[in-house]
Design a binder for this molecule. Structure first.
Ligand code: PLP
Length: 421
């Protein structure tokens, strides 16, 4: 019988095939997505899924039609790596129209597979090992792993919940300044280690919409410490109570140091299409394009064509979108309050963060398990938005991007919620 000399050598030297040997150290530092795990549990217990932020209603007919037409017209091969011309043109027009920001679609846009890819491609393109990235906490759960995968260390700055009904989530100016100033390691230089700040406005999970004053403070720190702003603006059109979305790129001094990330998922209810983009000055765009090319080659071609149609919808489309979400917010919050949750009323995006102290559970995970198994509603445990689970142990998040009848069913089930004393 033929015996492999390599296997013979391996058995002699007793090299072990322990699974850890095959894994990158990086993946040790984060867990699987809790949000997607809650969606799996929602399916297992036949629960109303208010965990993951995807709509359960139809996308606009005209954009579905545009996608079908693109496929029928054989737009089925790789698009230009950094994005179909029609979509880049539409993105540039929209940024000009909504934010007054002039963008060169040939040199300053990278279309990616969702804003998820745009974020990680950006971080891979700008971060070196040992760099730090400032992130407001609670944070959209991808930002932690994204920073780690790109070799950077996230440095968290707290967003504090409102102290009174109708108040705002706030942060401490001094704490933010300290995060920018921070120097680490034995190789201390006179330079701050901070490479970038990740912003998300309107914000998931808090619903905060950063004010001009707050953005100006962030701008001043970015300029003083020569730091980039990477801003996830995927909920830009979902605003309530007269809040205004301001892109930080439009503030003086920021255009040359901002990467603006956005996508089709939330504004057009097509989270499964996987089309997003990054807008940045040419040198940074070039670097992101290189990373993007080797990560994914390109975003889905027919959905990019449909994306160009989506971005050309009239202003009334966005007004109706925000109006419908406001009605859903105002439908879910009273049902939650009646059941005993303290709700932090969102000014934007489509989530409501709540305080669950009144129910007397040991922590958020125990409460979320009870809610999905015994009540039939999936939510996201607050700890998944914090570095230290303890910081989110009194909170859970609900998504209200659902049909009115889904929210009716949730409200009905919420009547059965009981305090554990
Ligand atoms: N950014 C934020 C803040 C989100 O809440 C989400 C989805 O929930 C995403 C990005 C993902 O967007 P995309 O579908 O474009 O990858």
């Amino acid at each position: 019988m033929w015996a492999s000399p390599v296997l013979a050598l391996l058995s002699m030297t007793q090299v072990s095939a322990h699974p850890k040997h095959f894994l990158s150290d990086k993946v040790e530092h984060f867990t699987e997505s809790v949000i997607r795990e809650m969606t799996r549990q929602a399916m297992q217990y036949n629960a109303v899924n208010l965990a993951q932020g995807f709509p359960d209603f139809s996308a606009p007919a005209e954009i579905k039609h545009a996608a079908q037409e693109a496929i029928a017209a054989d737009v089925n091969q790789y698009a230009i790596t950094w994005g179909a011309k029609s979509l880049r043109g539409a993105i540039a027009r929209q940024m000009q129209e909504w934010q007054g920001i002039e963008v060169d679609p040939e040199k300053e846009i990278v279309v990616c597979c969702g804003s998820t890819e745009a974020m990680i491609a950006t971080l891979l393109a700008v971060c070196n090992k040992g760099d730090e990235v400032v992130v407001f906490e609670p944070f959209y759960e991808n930002y932690g792993p994204d920073s780690i995968l790109s070799g950077a260390k996230p440095r968290f700055v707290s967003l504090r919940p409102p102290q009174r009904a109708g108040g705002e989530w706030t942060f401490d100016e001094q704490e933010l300044r300290e995060a920018f100033k921070h120097q680490t390691g034995q190789h201390q230089t006179h330079h701050s280690k901070t490479k970038a700040i990740i912003l998300n406005t309107p914000n998931n999970p808090t619903g905060k919409v950063f004010s001009r004053k707050e953005l100006e403070l962030i701008r001043d720190l970015c300029v003083e410490y020569n730091v980039l702003a990477i801003t996830d603006e995927i909920y830009e059109h979902i605003l309530y109570d007269g809040s205004e979305h301001i892109s930080i790129a439009r503030l003086d001094g920021m255009r040359e140091r901002t990467i603006t990330i956005n996508g089709l998922s939330k504004s057009y209810s097509v989270t499964g299409w996987r089309v997003g983009w990054a807008v940045a000055p040419p040198a940074i765009t070039n670097a992101i394009r290189k990373v993007h090319d080797f990560l994914t080659v390109g975003a889905p071609a027919p959905f990019q064509e449909a994306g160009a149609v989506a971005l050309s919808l009239p202003a009334s489309y966005y007004r109706e979108l925000a109006d419908r979400y406001r009605m859903r917010r105002d439908h879910l919050i009273p049902a939650l309050e009646k059941a005993g949750f303290v709700c932090y009323r969102p000014r934007g995006a489509y989530y409501v963060m709540t305080d669950i102290s009144a129910f007397g559970f040991a922590n958020d995970v125990e409460f979320a398990s009870y809610l999905v198994r015994d009540i039939g509603i999936a939510c996201v445990p607050g700890s998944s938005f914090y570095k230290h689970p303890k910081d989110g142990s009194r909170q859970v998040r609900f998504a209200f991007c659902k049909k009115p009848e889904t929210l009716d069913e949730a409200a009905l089930r919420l009547e059965k919620v009981r305090a554990r004393r």
